[in-house]
Ligand binder design. Sequence first.
Ligand code: GAL
Length: 680
Amino acid sequence: MTHERPAHRWIRWPNDPDRPRFGYGADYNPEQWPREVWEEDLRLMEEAGVTIVSLGIFSWARIQTGPDTWDFSWLDELMDRLHESGIAVDLATATTSPPPWLVTAHPEVLPVSHSGRTVWPGSRQHWRPTSPVFREHALRLTRALAERYGRHPALAAWHVSNELGCHNLYDYSDDAAAAFRAWLRRRYGDLDTLNEAWGTAFWSQHYTDWNQILPPRAAAFIPNPTQDLDFTRFSNDALLEHLRAERDLLRRITPEIPVTTNFMVNHHTRDLDYVRWAHEVDFVANDHYVRLDETGRDELSFSANLTSGLARGRPWFLMEHSTSAVNWKPVNLAKREGQLHRDSLLHLAHGADAVCFFQWRQSRAGAEKYHSAMVPHAGPDSRVFRDVVELGRLLREDLAEVAGSERLPARAAVVFDYQSWRAVERPSLPSEEIDYHREALEWYQTFLDLGIRADIVPVDGGWDEYDLVVAPLLHMVPGHLADRVNRYADRGGHLVTTYFSGTVDADDHVYLGGHPGAFRDLLGIRVEEFSPLPEGVAVPLDTGGSGDLWTEEATVTGRDVQTLARYGDGPLRGRPALTLRRIPGGGTASYTTTRLSARARRGFLLRITDEAGVGSELPEPLRGCVELAVRTAEGAEYWFLSNRTDEGVVLADLPGTPLTGTAGAHLPPDGVAVLRVERP
Ligand code: GAL
């Protein structure tokens, strides 16, 4: 099912609906401000070229003031005023943060932590995804909003809740326990099957009645890993069910209005399986907050690229990012000059057709008063607001024709697997130092360093069409996936995978007979033992560069397997670090038994890209310094060139004509240039 491209229905623009244009705007929280400020908001939005705002996200307490008392007057007025100003509304169902009256009357909606503590109100998102009481109230509010504003001309899309699972993904309450059991009954059918899947012969965990089963609450020692994994899957599904409940109600009342919810595709949201979520919304929306460190730019590119992968190359909506600092890190750095533009344009480069911020006006009070916004505390006479106005102009004028274009698939892909991500970062593994996201990002960075475009494609997506596929840490491999990987290589594809791949099935049971069980024959190697390395220890490779984190004692077992690099030192000296097997159909299957250093990975990928005939589209001097991302529409490609260095880069020998910046010109650090390249 997930192999199919998800359905796609873009926002319904109120005016001139067929004219492609970029969405530009923010979360708008006018309830934090007196009415006089609203007038200034509308004036400044017009100046900034705002086309859409997300309204009402945290407004439950303001809309429904008690169980049977409602105040829509302020929202009525704002919907009308925004429409008069030509601004579309992505209207929230407002269900993300239940009001005090509700949780006082129904404390049974409050989540319970791993150690059995109640998660009290006083912040936000304090509700159990499985609470029938919460669901009933949330749907009542959703219905009230849909019935009142469903025909309002400003309404362009529905915004279900907000960042589902940001704080309440894991709830260990009795409601959750009951729903978990029901979920397990659907998954396994009977207790024998569950006992087998969970390996309950171990530590006397055998179940004889469904009621004995609990969520993995804080226990004496390491929890049952399959129970733990199933609980992450269940928790994901519980939130998905909430999304579906609100969405289905909205679709019944307003079938013509698209529905979305904002994902959090980033380096720490591991346990939400957005591949499946992408099939439940009319268009994909994402929130992303850039890391202000040396990998931040590339991580942003990775996240935007993966979001495009979830959207299967179609336009998606950047629902939130920041104009400058956030407020939730120990130290919140301000963005450098130029970074606001760079971040926005990088998302655009990877297919975003709407660029929005959290939030429109910086709060005066509350937990986010030091979080940046489009209108900062300093007011419109500020660098941030001037940048915001300039970005609006760029989207409206210089880049207008790019709106609606799709991403041009690359020939290489990094395969991303949420299930393996969950499975390799658990207790009781050979090493707790494995970092799935970092590993995937590092392979992507090597492609960027070589100037070769690579798409990030979810494992359930269409990676089979790429000439070269890197599937790092592809650890959890159900039988159908093993077959698919084998077919890919048999048909001439070039596959690269890494240490600790092919190790377990979907129940987290180890494939026996030697690692990497699911890929042993395909790769033509056999590993008897994993030998993770202590932190800070690196082993040199005989071809240059090194490996750290992990090593494996591998033996070549297949014919046509070449050892490309060996360990140059230590107990595994002389053993394969990198292997390549040639497959009769012309494909190759490669494996690395360690986490390669940047140098070793670069050398290896150069070799493999060469095998696969996949090269850079950039002139030699730009490779590595500049990232190229390409969008395509009828008759044209749009080349986005983003400077990855701290120095200026001269753009020369490129095709096309500039839409922004100038070809042959100096691209400053953090600069992004866009070229239009005609295609017959
Ligand atoms: C998001 C959230 C917003 C705001 C923002 C701050 O997680 O959806 O409401 O809190 O972070 O960075």
